[in-house]
Design a protein around this ligand. Sequence first.
Ligand SMILES: Nc1ncnc2c1ncn2[C@@H]1O[C@H](COP(=O)(O)OP(=O)(O)OP(=O)(O)O)[C@@H](O)[C@H]1O
Ligand SMILES: [Mg+2]
Length: 396
Amino acid sequence: MSKQLNLLISGRNREALEQLQEICDLPGFAVEIKHISNGHADPLYGVLEYPDILLFHMGQADLEELQCLVDRPAEARPPIVVVGPSGDTRLMRAAMKAGARDFLEDPANKDELQDALLQFQREQRQAGGARGGKLTAVVSAKGGAGASFLSVNLAHIMASRSHLETALVDLDLQFGSLAQYLDLHPESGLMRALDMADNLDAVAADACMAKHASALSLLAPLEDEIVLSRDVSPERLSRILELLKHNYDRVVVDLPRQIDELSAMVYEHADQVLLVMQQELACLRDGVRLRQLLTCELGVPTERIMVVVNRYDKDLPVEIKDICQSLNVDRSDVMVVPNHYRSVAESINVGIPMSDYAKSSSVTKSIVALEAMLGGQTSQDESAGIFSRTLQMMRG
Ligand SMILES: Nc1ncnc2c1ncn2[C@@H]1O[C@H](COP(=O)(O)OP(=O)(O)OP(=O)(O)O)[C@@H](O)[C@H]1O
Ligand SMILES: [Mg+2]
């Protein structure tokens, strides 16, 4: 499974290391500093787990440190980027001998250093080959049931807690809200990706996506774009989804509930469909209809459909067993997310996902459990605990 790339910044000048750390604060990188301050010159001395990449800050007198790297066997030497004094060919040659893939002049230019790291990240992704990402389509049985809220928070937990490379796609072409839920202001978006679909590669697709601090990537229509579904070619959207599944561990798609060529194509790519319900008779009726359309008309296998009862309240007259009966689903295929208007509304208003805004809220915990049920990486113990608590709450 993919994880963040571990970047170790090492050197003797603490202030310089801290400045580099700020520059290296990029999505997809976990950055640590190792200050060389004692008798050991080896930048990797005492490091138990080798980083994916080493950024070595070199002073005029630091030849010994470089020599330590040269002396290491190749398998104990991670890829190295050196930031060092300009114009000293002796040091540059030593850096080359140590196998450095890049030498940047001190003080490092922010854009140059970030470019070097992002290039390394791209190479790692390409070397890793296809990710075979799972696509989860999320749809509300009835308007306002919570598909957008759950899509955002599920994808955010996949990215931030499970450290999975996650893409979130907003296919509510006219009333998309995911960028707002994440307080993102994309400059390029879904329409641009669709325009380029025939020649789109991982780098170009990445450029069309807005990046959240959690490393979650969002592909959404721009706020001022008016898009009608008839303007979107299903073949092009299919090409984009294939690319995202290839490049990401998880793809979450927030779908409007109407069935048309576009949504049919998304269901075809979906490994899992989350049908979001609420405990209302009207929602029950629409949920039954939507599930029937998905299974009978579009051929979505029943085992791919999971029901989420959002805004769950045990005192409401429509109970979980009624939902199971009407939809003909096993109780084990139904998850619940409790109703907590205030924290949810606040999280949406400020554009901070629940896992950051209200970490210990019951809503966050139930979405963590949902993510674990969908094959996430969150601790089994944690999710088992949450799951049993949720069941207790339902029974209570
Ligand atoms: N678990 C919850 N507890 C309390 N309020 C919630 C919860 N989930 C969602 N809401 C509220 O419901 C509103 C609608 O949610 P959301 O936008 O996700 O629905 P939707 O199904 O995507 O709607 P649409 O059909 O318009 O796309 C949110 O603005 C939020 O205030
Ligand atoms: Mg929505």
